[in-house]
Each structure stands twice: as C-alpha cells, then as structure tokens.
Design a protein around this ligand. Structure first.
Ligand code: ATP
Ligand code: MG
Length: 270
C-alpha cells in the first residue's frame, strides 16, 4: 500500500499517520483485524482528552517507571498493536528496565506471533518470550488461549506492564497477585480500573516518555523508587482523568458555537 501524504498543517496529522501505521501492521499480519477496531476506540478517547499527554499521565508514567525499575522481575507484555505502533521504544524500555518482552495475543495465530517476533528483533530485541517454542504455564483463572504465560516471563514476574490489554486478562493477572501497569486511553475500561497504575495516554506518546523517564531514573535508590510508587493513587488518577474529559467536553460546547458563528458570518459576507 502506498502511504497517503498528509499536509503538515492538517489538524489530525499525527492521528492519520498513526492510522496508516496500524493499517500497515495489519497488512504485515502483526495487527489482528479486531486490533484495528480497538485502535479506533483508543482514537475516540484520545480526541476526548485533547490528543496530548496530560500532567496527570506524566505522573502516572513516572510511577510506572519507578515500579518497573524497583521490581525483582518486571515484564512487558506485547500484542500486535503495541508492536506495530512503538516497536523501538518497547525494546528500549525493556533494556533499560531489564524487563523481558513476552508476546501475548488475544487472537492467536502462529503467523501473527512470527510477524511480531520478527518485528521486535528488527527493532533490536535480543530475546522474545511467550512464543510457541518456549514452554508455557497457565493462569487458572482464565479460559482460552489467553491462559498461557511464559514461566520465564509473566509466570515469574512481579510487575507486569500490559499496554492496551483486555479487562478479563488484567483481572486474572491481579487475581494471581501481579502488580499491573497499563497504558489505556479509556479511564473507564475494566483494564484501567483493575490496574495498579494506569497511564491514561496514547501509547505513541506514553512509551517514548517512559523511555525518557527510565533513562533519568534508572540510578535512583530503590527506596526512592518505592516511595514514588507508594505515593501514587490510581483511584484519584482515574477520577481526575474522567474529569479532564468532562472539562474538555464542556469547553467544546463553546468552541462549536464560536466556529459556527464565524462560519455563518463568513457566509453572509460573501
Ligand atoms: P476492557 O476489556 O478493559 O473493559 P475494552 O473492551 O473497552 O476494555 P479492549 O479492546 O479490550 O477494550 O482493549 C483495548 C483498550 O485499549 C481500549 O480501552 C482502548 O481505548 C485502548 N487503546 C486502543 N488504542 C490505544 C492507544 N493507541 N493508546 C492507548 N490506549 C489505546
Ligand atoms: Mg475488552
């Protein structure tokens, strides 16, 4: 597919380019068809939060990085959308935090697993867990193929980053005692609510930010990192995130009126 040229001043430029990336990911078998729809749901929430990283999301990202750096065995769970949108940043975060990457697919196909593995290696990964040639353990709380975990990865992990995850699996990870971090634009999703730390932001902005924070924070003493995690309150974080959306909606009521007034004045002058 040829990439569509988007004019530099187009108000939805980044969003449209990201859409192109995820479509390409679908064509190369990295992204499931349902992944395209999940992305659309994410896009809608990004629109509602104003398509930028809020100060609140930055605080959550800081707490998340502190949790990963102070963990005994942090792990990053990777699905097709994550791999398609931020492969290099995922590999880099994995290296800085010494958190292995584990492939985790809602819609398993060997072809997809291979495509994701290849894309992660192409982005610089040295090891990828969760593939069919690794031994697997199961999460008893879950049915279907989503039960599978790699005993070297999530099976042994204490702090698990699961960006763009489904609610059932997040709930199961909590039920087996994991500390769960997620990146999810919808502060009302079950994943957002079940997680210990939810970064309410687009993964295309959150992952590069986490890499930057991890570089800055990696030599902080463990007690300081643990204190940052302890001071973070996800209930407050999620409630404030919903308020940010509400404020944004309120503001848009006025904006719509202003734009239409200007449009009508322009039409009358012609
Ligand atoms: P849940 O199962 O947690 O209740 P859900 O069923 O609404 O959520 P899923 O499709 O299971 O949604 O999970 C995808 C989640 O990822 C959605 O909440 C969606 O908003 C979010 N999402 C999609 N794309 C992005 C993105 N680029 N950045 C951050 N979040 C995203
Ligand atoms: Mg779901």
């Amino acid at each position: 597919m040829t990439k569509i040229e988007i004019p530099p001043d187009h108000p939805r430029k980044v969003s449209l380019e990201t859409r192109e990336t995820i479509i390409e990911g679908h064509e190369s078998h990295v992204v499931a068809t349902a992944g395209l729809l999940a992305h659309g749901r994410g896009e809608a929430f990004d629109y509602l939060i104003g398509e930028k990283t809020t100060e609140l999301a930055e605080l959550a990202a800081r707490a998340a990085v502190a949790a990963m750096l102070s963990a005994e065995h942090p792990v990053i769970s990777v699905n097709g959308n994550v791999c398609s949108l931020v492969p290099e940043d995922t590999v880099e975060l994995s290296e800085i935090c010494r958190a292995p990457m584990e492939i985790n697919l809602f819609y398993y196909r060997k072809e997809r697993e291979d495509a994701i593995k290849d894309a992660l290696f192409a982005a610089g990964a040295k090891e990828v867990l969760g593939t069919h040639d690794h031994p697997s353990a199961t999460i008893p709380e879950l049915s279907s193929n989503r039960r599978k975990v790699d005993p070297k990865g999530i099976g042994a992990g204490d702090v698990i980053l699961v960006p763009l995850e489904d609610g059932d699996r997040t709930e199961a990870l909590k039920a087996i005692g994991k500390f769960v971090i997620t990146i999810d634009l919808n502060p009302m999703s079950r994943t957002a609510i079940y997680s210990d730390i939810t970064i309410v932001d687009n993964i295309i902005r959150a992952l590069p930010l986490m890499v930057e924070l991890a570089r800055d924070m990696k030599d902080l003493p463990k007690e300081e990192l643990l204190q940052i995690v302890k001071n973070f309150d996800n209930t407050e974080n999620l409630a404030t995130s919903v308020h940010i959306i509400m404020k944004h909606l309120e503001a848009s009521v006025n904006d719509i009126g202003k734009i239409r007034e200007k449009m009508n004045t322009g039409a009358n002058e012609q």
